[in-house]
Design a protein around this ligand. Structure first.
Ligand code: HAM
Length: 421
């Protein structure tokens, strides 16, 4: 029996991997523009980081973590998300003491969640995310949101919908929480068992329940926006006015609650509006988490960020039929005929590569015609043909594959000739 790839994971093969590289480059460029610096943290962390950070009432912690014991009997988890790990590193490396504040970071790497795989949902997926720590200025909320939108737009996506909400500060949340409990409690037995436990632990999560979403109490549930205190309300208004100043279009959606426990104030998601995108339309999610640094053992520090998966971004690229500018063209394919020419082509290809050009040759002892076909397949811009005759006269025949023009030039001038053109 042959061994297959684990469920919910995928191989990214040549031909597709170029798209990934392109997206990663665009993301890095945008982070440079916005002045976010890369951080790399481990793939696994102490399980407790996520139980405390992400929250023990969340689906991620309750059902989806890959947690295992190592040989030293430690509980470790493959990271299900990036924020808790970045915050751990922020605290551990005392970045709160750095001169340059706020600390603006980005990351990109695999995350792991034991979810039911379906289109757009994997057990290993790659998140690109940013975190800005140390500022409570609503302008940084707007900056983080516009960074995410800029990335999608730079890639060429148009059918996007940005939804924003405020979950308020602690005081607002407590008031809203009480209103939610009062609203659901009298009829909670009509809800699923998950919602019944959520009622006391985290009633906000009831609003996000997939099973009970059509229950009549859902539509009439108290809106967080009616429970925001003055400070939270004016904070949220500022965020919205900054988004408008930057011409970032958005819709306020008071039912947006997010699936992780650490959020307060701003929460947002970006969805794809593209036809035929599939059932899961959320491309990106994020928000503010002013209590998380303290929860993980650091000094009280505000933070905000988002994460998006490259898998869903590429699904949107396909759904909108965006052509990404990826090409893997070969500058020069060296065709050699005869044993001596073949031997010498080793040097020619090597010289081209040393000069920074992409070069390829035949390794299967193919005939002239088949070598030209191979050159076509790799989309060679030039083909240099070396036969025994050329070799003895120190020349090589250079063919421009776009114009069809051919020219005999000195072998020693080949690199120069291609660079000039
Ligand atoms: P999240 O909403 O759990 O938030 O995930 C963010 C994004 O990761 C989703 O919008 C989606 O694009 C992608 N994603 C999540 N699960 C999967 C999956 N199973 N397969 C494919 N893609 C997936 C967070 O992770 C937060 N850490 C975001 C954040 C950063 N908040 C503040 N800073």
């Amino acid at each position: 029996m042959s061994i297959k790839i684990p469920r919910g994971t995928q191989d990214i093969l040549p031909g597709t991997v170029e798209k990934w590289q392109y997206i990663e480059e665009v993301a890095k460029d945008i982070c440079r523009n916005f002045q976010y610096k890369e951080i790399r943290t481990p793939i696994f962390e102490h399980a407790e980081l996520f139980t405390r950070g992400v929250g023990d009432t969340t689906d991620i912690v309750q059902k989806e973590m890959y947690t295992f014991k190592d040989r030293g009997d430690r509980d470790l988890s493959l990271r299900p998300e990036g924020t808790a790990a970045v915050v751990r590193s922020f605290v551990e490396n005392k970045m709160f003491g750095h001169a340059n504040q706020p600390v603006k970071l980005f990351y990109s790497g695999p995350m792991f969640r034991y979810e039911r795989p379906q289109a757009g949902r994997y057990r290993q997926f790659v998140q690109f995310g940013v975190e800005a720590l140390g500022s409570e200025d609503p302008a940084i909320d707007a900056e983080v949101i516009s960074l995410a939108m800029s990335l999608y737009q730079a890639v060429g996506l148009k059918k996007l919908k940005l939804i924003v909400n405020s979950l308020g500060d602690n005081e607002s949340r407590v008031a809203h929480r009480e209103a939610l409990i009062a609203h659901f409690k009298p009829r909670i037995e009509e809800f699923c068992t998950d919602c019944q436990t959520r009622l006391e632990k985290n009633p906000l999560r009831i609003l996000d329940c997939k099973k009970d979403r059509n229950h009549e109490l859902m539509a009439t549930a108290p809106s967080i926006l009616d429970y925001l205190n003055e400070e939270s309300r004016s904070y949220f208004e500022k965020v919205q006015s900054y988004l408008s100043l930057m011409d970032v279009e958005f819709v306020v959606d008071p039912t947006l609650v997010r699936g992780l426990d650490y959020y307060n104030h701003t929460a947002f998601e970006i969805m794809s509006d593209a036809e035929g995108f599939g059932a899961i339309t959320t491309l990106c999610g994020g928000g503010r988490y002013n209590g998380l640094v303290e929860e993980i053992g650091g000094p009280s520090t505000p933070g905000i960020g988002f994460a998006l998966s490259i898998e869903r971004l590429l699904a949107a690229v396909d759904a909108e039929e965006v052509e990404l500018p990826v090409e893997s063209k070969v500058d020069c394919y060296v065709v050699a005929l005869g044993d001596q020419a073949k031997d010498y082509s080793v040097k020619i290809v090597s010289d081209l590569r040393k000069a920074g050009l992409s070069a390829e040759r035949d390794y299967l002892d193919r005939k002239l015609k088949a070598q030209f076909k191979a050159a076509d397949r790799v989309q060679a811009r030039y083909v240099a043909v070396l036969g025994e005759e050329e070799l003895s006269s120190g020349t090589i025949n250079l063919k421009d594959m776009e114009s069809g023009e051919q020219e005999s030039i000195k072998i020693s001038k080949l690199v120069e000739a291609i660079q000039e053109r």
